[in-house]
Ligand binder design. Sequence first.
Ligand code: HEC
Ligand code: HEC
Ligand code: HEC
Ligand code: HEC
Ligand code: HEC
Ligand code: HEC
Ligand code: HEC
Length: 265
Amino acid sequence: MKPRPWIVWVGICGAVVLAELILSSCASVQRTVLAPPEIEGATYVGNKVCADCHATVTRGFSASVHARLHFEGSPMAGQSGCESCHGPASKHVQSGGGRGRFIVNPRQDPATCFQCHLDVHAEFKLPQHHPVTEGRMNCTQCHDPHGVDIMKPAGGLAMARLNQACAQCHRDQSRPFVFEHEAMREGCTICHNPHGSINAKLLVQRDNNLCLRCHVQVQGAGNRIFIGKTDHTTRGDTSLRIGSCSTAGCHTAVHGSNVNRTLLY
Ligand code: HEC
Ligand code: HEC
Ligand code: HEC
Ligand code: HEC
Ligand code: HEC
Ligand code: HEC
Ligand code: HEC
């Protein structure tokens, strides 16, 4: 029998203090779960049971966004959490637990995550993507499914954090430079989509358009084109004609440079 789709939603509330009043605003995001993970003959037992044997995993979980999911019209109604990713666990519990014992572990196969995050699945299908669907990487290298904070590593300034997650694997781009490119302070994701993109190098936009979002191109007297204080017409007009600011001969050191202030090399 084909499993019926469920509706899952999460209520995200924020409180705003205005003068003496506290206004709270809530938004809910609804998703359809295509097919929850199935384990033949098993039923849902709820989070409390897991805590008996998995205290470390359960500890921070109540603050995680996935602990706030609500399931309508499903066998998980009134519960939240663990079994939405790991599948119904009655047989796992009855058998005393154990690795590979009547339980789903989404580490190697992100299919469980994609059941709810269809948009993310679509990103990983784009021509350029981090090799997660190929099994060379997994979601948990950048996300913590059980932690207080789903973004890894937790703590610190949000943008600095994003760079740190990327730094584990991309040292060349993340190290400190003598001449920094200030754009890096916004985090890597200001220029790259961490999941996938239609553009080469996972860029959020193609060619000059990426740079011109922050650097204004100004037309001066005699049809001269200025970017910042620099006249780009006298430079053989390459950036503008080639269409890319970071091609050979131009600003190849987009992430920063130890030798050149204008990030040419
Ligand atoms: C958002 C989906 C998701 C939810 C919700 C979730 N988990 Fe997990 N769980 C994962 C993923 C992904 C892994 C693999 C982590 C890894 O090894 O990188 C995992 C791994 C585990 C492991 C194995 C840990 C190990 O050391 O190999 C246990 C035990 C576990 N989860 C228990 C739980 C319990 C208990 C809950 C509820 C409190 C829970 N999970 C909620 C996704 C989830
Ligand atoms: C009676 C104790 C017990 C209970 C209750 C229990 N587990 Fe486990 N579970 C274990 C043991 C033991 C392991 C193996 C851990 C290891 O080898 O490090 C395990 C492993 C796991 C794994 C890793 C499986 C793998 O193949 O990598 C997951 C995921 C998991 N449990 C989820 C859950 C969830 C979700 C619940 C609650 C619904 C739960 N467990 C309840 C004892 C239990
Ligand atoms: C049962 C459905 C369901 C499953 C399974 C699930 N998620 Fe989620 N997840 C949600 C919902 C609903 C939200 C909150 C709404 C949103 O921000 O998309 C959420 C939020 C998130 C967020 C935070 C988004 C933000 O903006 O803060 C991340 C990251 C995430 N999930 C990753 C994962 C990963 C990785 C897995 C698999 C290990 C997974 N999810 C499995 C339903 C699910
Ligand atoms: C290379 C690191 C990396 C990997 C691998 C990764 N993510 Fe993400 N993900 C991020 C970053 C960084 C953000 C925040 C993006 C932003 O704020 O611009 C994010 C955001 C999200 C969000 C919330 C925003 C959105 O795009 O909907 C979800 C949900 C999510 N990821 C799910 C997943 C799932 C599921 C997987 C595995 C299939 C995965 N991610 C793998 C880095 C990663
Ligand atoms: C766990 C290791 C890991 C993490 C963390 C990681 N990446 Fe990657 N990244 C890879 C791998 C593997 C590839 C694919 C390289 C290949 O195919 O040769 C890649 C490819 C890329 C590429 C494309 C390079 C090219 O030549 O096309 C970019 C850009 C990139 N990553 C940016 C990021 C950003 C931004 C982050 C943080 C949000 C990040 N990566 C986090 C491992 C990682
Ligand atoms: C100002 C925009 C911008 C920011 C911010 C940015 N990048 Fe890039 N990145 C680029 C461009 C443009 C390229 C392509 C350069 C080229 O054409 O070879 C690139 C290429 C890459 C590549 C591929 C390198 C190669 O040799 O193929 C990786 C990996 C990468 N970036 C990682 C990161 C990481 C990690 C961060 C954050 C620490 C980051 N980027 C921040 C614009 C940016
Ligand atoms: C998120 C905004 C942002 C993006 C996107 C961005 N930059 Fe920047 N860039 C800055 C800021 C801010 C500065 C420092 C102030 C200034 O010089 O305009 C800077 C400085 C520079 C400088 C040094 C200028 C000087 O005279 O010292 C160069 C060169 C540069 N960027 C090139 C690029 C290129 C090439 C791209 C596209 C790959 C790009 N930038 C994308 C924000 C950005």
